[in-house]
Design a protein around this ligand. Structure first.
Ligand code: HEM
Length: 152
């Protein structure tokens, strides 16, 4: 059970980078989207599927994966009667981590829905930014930046 926990923790650690990088990719793609400018200048309508759809979907998907891994960690720890984030700055950190993680996943999902419904890039960028920024305060930066299936 302990080794399964370590495997999931390591995957959760790596997926953090996928989430952060996909978020930056989605932000850049939405903010540099030219579709709004086309419409404003009266030019012909752009292609129906804007280029930022993929990056935004990747950001949402990586966050969903991270939520699943995180909930599995909570469940495994709970089954063993163990706590999580015992090394955290305060005892409420585990709930802040959980709540912000869930909220970001919801916001990214709303951003993905906006992207699919044809919203302009800069509007989708607002959802992506709202989902991405809070992650910076919920990530336990004191933990290994790249865990390699070992403790601490
Ligand atoms: C609802 C969503 C989430 C839940 C339930 C969750 C849960 C957890 C749990 C239980 C741990 C292990 C704590 C311990 O062993 O003491 C953990 C660690 C961690 N979480 Fe999350 N998490 C979530 C979302 C996220 C997100 C969105 C990110 C970053 C994008 C993230 C990044 C991390 C990192 C970097 C660690 C430390 C990993 C390590 O020690 O190697 N988590 N999380």
């Amino acid at each position: 059970m302990a080794s399964l926990y370590l495997i999931l923790l390591t995957l959760h650690n790596w997926t953090r980078w996928a989430v952060l990088l996909a978020g930056v990719w989605a932000l850049v793609a939405t903010l540099t989207d030219r579709a709004g400018a086309h419409r404003a200048s009266g030019e012909a309508a752009p292609a129906p599927r804007p280029a930022f759809r993929g990056p935004v979907a990747a950001f949402m998907g990586s966050l969903h994966l991270q939520v699943l891994l995180g909930l599995a960690l909570f469940a495994l720890a709970g089954m063993n009667g163990a706590g999580v984030f015992g090394d955290g700055p305060r005892s409420s950190f585990q709930w802040e981590h959980l709540a912000i993680g869930l909220l970001s996943a919801v916001l990214a999902t709303l951003g993905n829905r906006a992207a699919k419904s044809g919203a302009a890039g800069r509007n989708v960028a607002v959802w992506v930014a709202l989902a991405w920024l809070p992650l910076l305060v919920m990530i336990p930066w004191w933990r290994p930046l790249l865990r390699l299936f070992g403790p601490g």
